[in-house]
Design a protein. Structure first.
Ligand code: HH2
Length: 261
């Protein structure tokens, strides 16, 4: 089976890796078409950075950033459109405009999100995190990170299913309320999530857990490390990888897919 790639399109001034590069509509559209052409089957559009210390934005501002992009891409790009938001009102407007997937980094903390997805027949990515981007760095005490994340994802998936969501994808949330060691542990033990019975997504791309390794201090220096993390995740069961560098990742994952057979 071919691993799917979710290409990242941050329409934000302050995202940790690509902040400010695609905040203008023309450049955002160009990037979306490039991601699809390079092999992304999903484009994940985000209007609020979740890096530690990012300024939260209100839903009006978030919609002002993402809605024109979704409206312009709907029906014109081969990839599915995903909206990276934890606000049900933002998700709903984006689904009406042509998105078909909700990527919720709070893992349906607001259960209205599941109702919105069910009403529109949209897919949902349920990601694990604790606290908020501002507080999550201090919320990393787990007795067993895999067991606790798995318990949360299983519970939220059951709720989503009961509410009527048809397509559910689970994500352990690399770097979200996890130390670097815990992010590596999640990658190492990813196969333990497979008995939940849902496709797994991972998002290691250019994240700061890699900066604990030599030569990867800045996000710009983390391409090769991100590819290695993606391949390891896929060998351990990830079906979808969320990345900034689609072309390079497509190549690395082709090798992983060929080895898996
Ligand atoms: N990571 C980020 C944002 N959304 N969604 C899922 N499902 N999984 C992830 O690991 C994930 C995510 C953070 O990365 P990025 O969008 O590049 O940065 P920022 O939050 O600064 O915009």
């Amino acid at each position: 089976m071919t691993t799917e790639i979710m290409g990242i399109l941050n329409v934000t001034p302050d995202s940790f890796s690509d902040g400010g590069r695609f905040s203008d509509l023309e450049r955002a559209l160009e990037q979306a078409f490039r991601l699809a052409e390079e092999g992304a089957s999903i484009i994940d559009i985000g209007g609020e950075s979740t890096r530690p210390g990012a300024t939260p934005v209100c839903r009006e501002e978030e919609l002002r950033r993402v809605l024109p992009v979704i409206e312009s891409l709907a029906g014109r790009v081969s990839a599915r459109l995903s909206i990276d938001t934890y606000k049900p009102e933002v998700a709903e407007a984006c689904l009406r405009a042509g998105a078909s997937m909700i990527n919720d980094i709070t893992g349906l903390r607001d259960t209205r999100m599941a109702s919105v997805a069910a009403a529109h027949g949209a897919a949902v990515v349920i990601m694990h995190m604790r606290g908020t981007p501002a507080t999550m760095a201090h919320e990393t005490a787990y007795s067993d990170v895999v067991a606790e994340v798995k318990e949360f994802l299983g519970r939220q998936a059951a709720t989503a299913r009961a509410i009527g969501v048809g397509e559910i994808i689970l994500d352990p949330g690399i770097g979200f309320a996890k130390t670097a060691a815990q992010s590596f542990e999640l990658l190492r033990r990813l196969s333990e999530f497979s008995d939940l019975g849902y496709p797994l997504l991972i998002g290691p791309s250019r994240k700061s857990f890699l900066s604990t390794l030599p030569g990867m201090e800045s996000p710009a220096d983390r391409l090769e490390g991100s590819l290695a993390a993606s391949v390891i995740g896929v060998m351990n069961g990830a079906a979808i990888v969320r990345v900034h560098d689609v072309r390079q990742c497509r190549q690395a994952l082709a090798v992983a897919d060929a080895v898996k057979g």
